[in-house]
Write a protein of this length. Structure first.
Length: 486
């Protein structure tokens, strides 16, 4: 998990372009890049920004070692003077970002990089792989948590993650998204998050019989006695044997702080209801019924609809891999560059696909809240030199359908700027909060969304608007570029 080893975590073409900038004497050409995404993952109505802490560590430790330079020289494609130029490479620019745990939406910058093009270009790949992965898993986790309707979610995905890094940073992201604990011990150590777990079927199978296995486990962990009851026969063996063990603990004067059963197969709705009745009738109404077994937000939602008695969920494969949407789709595009006059000028990408037309200029993102409800009303993207004055009425319009407009009256709204400084002239000016603090912030963020934006299927589309000035600039540049193209 050492970010110092990530300097060569880049696409080869970043280095070929860097040599091109070096040879053409444009390496110090100042530019601005935006990192954003176009579509919410998993059909969600929002996403959760995550990964900033690893981005910070990556940039802090960004330097080419002698071994890195020797490897690049061995490729026999880069000039010796260019390789020597890399020896003193450091990030000296500015970086703005939305804080981790922030609710975000398509087409608004999550990160803004202002640096010499030699630097800004090189860091693209690492920024994308870090932000894309962790934002994807944090978003998936938040959906699973929403489906559970207040029940705790445990992240159980390490063994199914795409490698150690995905498992560790995926666990971190899942915690940000709302999980209460993870089974990943290394993540617990690295990030200071709670770790939880019970036992496997092999524990039960390693004893002569199920009851003996349960008794030994209960004697070792009397205050955290969650017994896996589906190794042989859930209702005719597992649950009855668990009840015997719980009663034996009571008879010994042991009042467990945490006890119950875990279901890992079968019809979870049916089994949980039957098990709940058995536990209640035996005098254990406070026994937890937990479940695992290839869960995701859709299955949990369905089980809740069926009246399941499960109140603790262990979610693994489909969370840690975001199996229904395995990629976040973040992109990194040039939005401004230095002109002949030495000033930064807006740039944009034009495409036959309207969704791929970028928004030009150095931008800010404002979140607008309804004063009465404290709910998020819309996001407004503006140019850097624009400031929203909440003491004046605010006009909003849909940039894709400009006739859809609203005017917010003075006193009916408040604003917050989302992008905050992280690096200034190469120096980090931001202290990352703890993961648990980020998790709490994320829950506060999600609470500002109306339920219509959070529903799992066909959520309402949250408005992300452009200011008049930015919209006009974009339209003018589109017209100008089309003329040039002709």
């Amino acid at each position: 998990m050492n970010s110092q080893d990530l300097t060569l975590l880049t696409d080869f073409y970043q280095l070929t372009m860097m040599q091109g900038y070096y040879i053409t004497n444009t390496a110090n050409h100042e530019v601005v890049f935006d990192l954003f995404y176009r579509t919410n993952p998993s059909g969600s109505g929002y996403a959760i920004a995550a990964g900033l802490e690893q981005v910070i560590e990556y940039i802090k430790n960004l330097t080419f070692s002698s071994e890195d330079l020797a490897y690049l020289r061995s490729l026999d494609i880069f000039q010796d003077d260019f390789i020597e130029y890399l020896r003193d490479f450091r990030f000296t620019g500015d970086l703005y970002a939305v804080p981790e745990g922030t609710v975000v939406f398509p087409n608004e910058p999550l990160l803004r990089v202002h640096a010499p093009i030699f630097q800004a270009q090189f860091i693209e790949t690492a920024l994308l792989t870090i932000i894309n992965h962790q934002s994807l898993i944090a978003t998936k986790a938040s959906r699973v948590v929403w489906a559970a309707q207040g029940d705790p979610i445990l992240e159980f995905g390490l063994r199914r993650a795409q490698g150690p890094d995905a498992g560790v940073y995926g666990a971190r992201a899942a915690m940000i998204g709302g999980c209460v604990a993870t089974s990943n011990v290394l993540a617990g150590k690295l990030f200071g998050v709670p770790v939880r777990g019970t036992h496997a079927h092999s524990w039960v199978m390693s004893f002569a019989d199920e009851l003996t296995a349960f008794r030994h486990y209960a004697s070792i962990f009397p205050d955290a006695c969650i017994l896996l009851v589906d190794t042989y026969d859930t209702l005719h063996s597992g649950v009855p044997n668990a009840i015997k063990v719980f009663q034996e603990l009571l008879d010994q004067g042991i009042h467990s702080k945490l006890y119950g059963i875990r279901l890992d197969s079968g019809d979870l709705a049916y089994l949980s209801k039957k098990a709940r009745r058995m536990l209640d009738e035996a005098g254990f109404p406070h026994a937890i019924i937990s479940a695992s077994s290839d869960l995701d937000e859709y299955l949990i939602s369905d089980l809740k609809t069926q009246g399941t008695k499960i109140t603790l969920w262990g979610v693994g494969t489909k969370l840690i891999t975001s199996s229904d949407c395995p990629a976040f789709g973040g992109i990194y595009k040039l939005s401004a560059e230095t002109g002949p006059d030495g000033a930064l000028h807006p740039k944009m990408k034009l495409s036959e696909n309207p969704d791929k037309v970028t928004t030009p200029g150095i931008k800010k993102v404002y979140r607008i809240y309804e004063t009465a409800t404290r709910k998020a009303k819309a996001d407004l993207i503006t140019l850097e030199d624009e400031y929203i004055d909440a003491s004046k009425p605010l006009k909003l319009f849909d940039p894709a359908a400009t006739w859809k407009q609203m005017v917010l009256k003075v006193g009916s709204y408040s604003i917050r700027e989302l992008l905050i400084p992280i690096f200034h002239q190469g120096q980090c000016v931001y202290d990352s909060p703890s993961v648990m603090d980020i998790r709490n912030y994320c829950q506060q963020e999600l609470a500002t969304l109306w339920d219509e934006y959070r529903r799992l299927i066909n959520p309402h589309i949250y408005p992300v608007d452009l200011s008049d000035k930015l919209y006009t600039l974009k339209q003018k540049m589109i017209d100008d570029l089309r003329i040039i193209d002709k």
